[in-house]
Design a binder for this molecule. Structure first.
Ligand SMILES: C[S@@+](CC[C@H](N)C(=O)[O-])C[C@H]1O[C@@H](n2cnc3c(N)ncnc32)[C@H](O)[C@@H]1O
Length: 262
């Protein structure tokens, strides 16, 4: 079942229609929020950063460009990893940034390989979140930092959003702020800080809705090509928008540290 969730979520972010609707920004807040996350985790020149669930690698390229750090990205989607490497070569950043296919719950890296692990809008997608956080701990060096941005649940998710699309949209698997704090604490992280940045969520949904209303003039729902289990997007996006507007869901930046002693 877990493998099905992972493949479905990764497959969702490979869809041309998702690229059409989201563009480069696969997480709320886009590059501006990625830079804030990097500043909050003290990324600088030559910092070794791991971007878990990196999508097509936009954040990794933004970080390498703005902070001169080195970034490895990992994503479950073979297709998006291939695209990420191509886009990075086109951008002339291959000496600092590269991508590998893999699973957040089984990171193919040695213990202590990274100074910073970031994970944007993806932690809530992983079926075994505690396993993934244990992996973040393992691959961080002593005293290393984790930077997470993710959907925060303030209320129970409506039944209509508790399906695979809800999970792929990072809603159905999301936790409360205390839920994230407890999960990070249980994985051994210290100095856990959270910052509410919920405004970025409504901005992203408004942008998607604008794009949907343009796209619908050119493509029928069948032509959008959504696979089984994802149903029609327009009404579902409106449901997600209402849930955000009612305050049922928000977005947060979360930072934490690994202990200085192993
Ligand atoms: C919402 S997108 C976020 C992408 C990227 N972090 C960003 O913000 O641009 C979620 C990503 O999680 C990836 N993903 C889902 N399950 C995963 C897993 N178990 N391990 C690694 N990546 C996974 C998907 O393939 C997708 O690229």
């Amino acid at each position: 079942m877990d493998d099905r969730v992972k493949s479905c979520c990764a497959g969702f972010y490979e869809l041309p229609v998702v690229a059409l609707l989201l563009g480069d920004e696969l997480h709320p807040g886009g590059a501006a929020l990625t830079r804030k996350l990097a500043a909050a985790t003290l990324v600088g020149r030559d910092t070794r950063v791991l971007d878990v669930a990196c999508g097509r690698g936009e954040s990794a390229r933004v970080l390498a460009t703005h902070f001169a750090c080195r970034v490895v990205g990992i994503d479950y989607s073979e297709k998006n990893v291939g695209l990420a490497n191509e886009l990075t070569e086109d951008a002339g950043l291959s000496d600092r940034v590269h991508f590998v296919q893999g699973d957040a719950e089984q990171l193919p890296f040695d213990a202590g390989s990274f100074d910073v692990v970031i994970c944007e809008c993806s932690l809530c997608i992983f079926p075994q979140l505690s396993t993934a956080l244990g992996e973040f701990q393992r691959v961080l060096r002593a005293g290393g930092r984790a930077g997470i941005s993710d959907v925060v649940l303030n209320e129970e998710v409506p039944e209509s959003l508790q399906d695979l699309l809800g999970r792929a949209l990072c809603i159905s698997g999301a936790l409360s702020v205390d839920g994230y704090r407890n999960a990070l604490g249980a994985a051994g992280f210290l100095a856990i800080r959270t910052r509410d940045v919920s405004g970025v969520l409504s901005d992203m949904i408004a942008r998607i809705e604008r794009r949907v209303s343009t796209v619908k003039h050119f493509l029928s729902e069948e032509q959008l090509g959504l696979p089984d289990g994802f149903s029609v997007p327009r009404s579902r996006i409106a449901e997600a928008r209402d849930f955000v507007a009612s305050g049922g869901v928000g977005y947060a930046l979360i930072t934490a540290k690994k202990s200085r002693t192993d």
